[in-house]
Design a protein. Structure first.
Length: 265
């Protein structure tokens, strides 16, 4: 089933088109990873789908409706996004920041409800940030701050969650913790997860569906078996890759790679 899809989407900055004529469906209740080299349009695509960045032409359709015509709060009750570089929140405590995730459910400037507080507490608990809730966000480490931003996205309580490089600033153990949390939300609660990842082995391990982009166009979309191949990685990243098998998951695994001859970075 597909609730969310794009139709002939063109996205740009000024006269420069970054994403070109892109039509893609996001599988519902699955984990989708978007991969590709720097500057290929991954983050731009996420911003357009979530209406942060205006697209030049085409459409983004959610539940049969063009999101361009949707009420902002109504849309925010269906999808949440964690940007790659969240805005500065100087002076806020952790609990205050996470409470911002409840904005789509508030009426005017009314107080938080019992349900709001329950969702805030749940988001703090699952991201292991409860112990910081009264601390200033400014006082946290980069990894702790990232987990707080993820808590805010979770507090929004949406069916669809977009994350742009959610493991940024995290060490390996905390990267795995976040990805396993997102997997748990998908499996146990049926949340649709869409995330940009740079680590191909993480994408192969956790994603049901992978979209590989190059210069704003799809090179390949499908399962990890279909996307994690030497030919696809050669086209997307200009590398000569050796693909093996993860001994624990049996998913495709990038073992090692060389730059293709003649390619300069």
């Amino acid at each position: 089933m597909v609730r969310l899809y794009t139709k002939h989407l063109n996205i740009g900055y000024g006269e420069r088109i970054i994403v070109k004529d892109l039509s893609i469906g996001i599988p519902d209740r699955k984990i989708t990873a978007i991969i590709g080299a720097n500057g290929c349009g991954k983050s731009t695509l996420l911003k357009a789908i979530t209406r942060i960045h205006k697209y030049e032409s085409g459409a983004v359709i959610l539940d049969g409706k063009n999101i361009a015509n949707e009420n902002t709060k109504a849309l925010a009750r269906k999808m949440a996004i964690l940007p790659q570089t969240p805005e500065s929140v100087s002076g806020l405590t952790v609990a205050e920041l996470v409470s911002y995730g409840r904005f789509p459910y508030q009426k005017g400037f009314g107080p938080l409800t019992k349900r709001d507080y329950e969702m805030i507490e749940w988001a703090l608990q699952v991201t292991r940030t409860s112990e910081f809730k009264d601390q200033s966000v400014d006082a946290l480490s980069g990894g702790q701050r990232q987990r707080v931003w993820i808590a805010m996205a979770l507090a929004q309580d949406t069916d669809i969650i977009f994350l742009d490089e959610p493991t940024t600033y995290l060490d390996m153990a905390h990267q795995l913790e976040i990805l396993e949390l997102l997997e748990k939300l998908n499996v146990q609660q049926g949340r649709t997860i869409v995330m940009v990842l740079h680590d191909l082995n993480q994408a192969a391990r956790f994603a049901d569906y992978i979209i590989a982009l190059k210069t704003g166009q799809i090179v390949k979309a499908g399962s990890s078996e279909e996307v994690m191949t030497r030919d696809v990685l050669k086209e997307v990243y200009q590398i000569d890759a050796e693909i093996g098998r993860d001994p624990r998951t049996n998913k495709p695994m990038l073992m090692t790679y060389n730059l293709l001859k003649g390619v300069t970075i």
